[in-house]
Design a protein around this ligand. Sequence first.
Ligand SMILES: Cc1cc2nc3c(=O)[nH]c(=O)nc-3n(C[C@H](O)[C@H](O)[C@H](O)COP(=O)(O)O)c2cc1C
Length: 146
Amino acid sequence: MSRLPTGVTVITALTGAGPAGLAANAVNSLSLEPPLMLACLDRGSRTLRALEEAGRFGVNVLGAGHAELAAGMALKIPVEEKWNGVGWRERDGIPQLDAAIVWIGCALRDVISGGDHVIVTGDVIGVDEREGDPLVFHAGAYRPLA
Ligand SMILES: Cc1cc2nc3c(=O)[nH]c(=O)nc-3n(C[C@H](O)[C@H](O)[C@H](O)COP(=O)(O)O)c2cc1C
């Protein structure tokens, strides 16, 4: 699957402890009517725990040039450190990253077992987008679109 080119997202959630987020590319649309999203998250993900507590999550599609941010969001360092220098704002109780070209806010719907991961699904409650090329991930490397 590492040979399947994907975009790179940061799945975010907000709790009383502050923002949480992880780099994720196992993310997709699930349904058009109603609009639903899905993401596959490792059972050990701290962001998974945060989004279950919040009952909401955001899908932030990263723009080109944000490979360093993606790599930082994939680290198992203290959660507060992951957010050092990361620009974000709260929207509908969910962190929206300044680096996102698309932000999809979701209300958590289901958490479905899938081996060592779970599939989280969410009802789309908000969308924001702006112009810009996406960051692409392929064969273990971050790449520009062309
Ligand atoms: C490009 C990329 C894509 C990733 N996709 C996923 C994913 O879809 N699901 C997942 O659970 N982890 C994924 N990871 C790994 C997580 O980002 C990593 O385990 C992270 O440390 C989890 O952080 P957390 O424990 O703070 O939630 C990906 C990492 C990278 C670099």
